[in-house]
Ligand binder design. Structure first.
Ligand SMILES: Nc1ncnc2c1ncn2[C@@H]1O[C@H](COP(=O)(O)OP(=O)(O)OP(=O)(O)O)[C@@H](O)[C@H]1O
Ligand SMILES: [Mg+2]
Length: 144
């Protein structure tokens, strides 16, 4: 699904600190329910949304300047299409980008595998940072 066929619902900037992940999780679920009241009954959708957005937000904080600068931040955007929700997490960049890791002996390196297993995802480069996005299906959407 292309962004052109989707409608931007909201964007919110958060400070690049781990304590904020709780707020990010609450924000995405509440914002979706405000937009699509029927989503309130879809706990699976809300759980998935919270989990996946938190993984990408944690990555922005853990792996990029968003979490290294004292005033670093990241931005979360929500888009809705007829059948999908698209979330974008825009970070403030790092030398290297997201890559799926596949080392069974590592403690970390699970987040993006989870995202890839549960959603369609990708990365687009910006002059300052990157946008990491995912899309998941919704039953009843809002046509753009
Ligand atoms: N936004 C990002 N910018 C730059 N590099 C990233 C970003 N997100 C992920 N990465 C890189 O991709 C790797 C894989 O990310 P992934 O989320 O799977 O693992 P992790 O964050 O290291 O561990 P975990 O998510 O299990 O706590 C990371 O180790 C990091 O090197
Ligand atoms: Mg991670």
């Amino acid at each position: 699904m292309t962004a052109a066929r989707m409608r931007l619902v909201d964007e919110m900037r958060f400070p690049g600190r781990p304590e904020i992940l709780r707020d990010v999780r609450t924000y995405v679920a509440r914002r979706l329910v405000m937009e699509l009241p029927e989503a309130a009954d879809d706990s699976r959708l809300l759980d998935d949304l919270r989990l996946l957005v938190a993984e990408l937000s944690a990555n922005a904080i853990k792996h990029t300047v968003s979490g290294r600068w004292r005033r670093g931040s990241f931005e979360v955007r929500m888009w809705l299409g007829a059948n999908h929700i698209r979330m974008e997490v825009r970070d403030q960049g790092w030398w290297s980008g997201p890559r799926i890791r596949n080392d069974p002996d590592e403690i970390g390196g699970r987040g993006l595998r989870l995202v890839a297993a549960m959603a369609t995802w990708g990365v687009s480069r910006r002059w300052f940072g990157r946008v990491v996005w995912f899309e998941i299906p919704i039953e009843k959407g809002c046509a753009a």
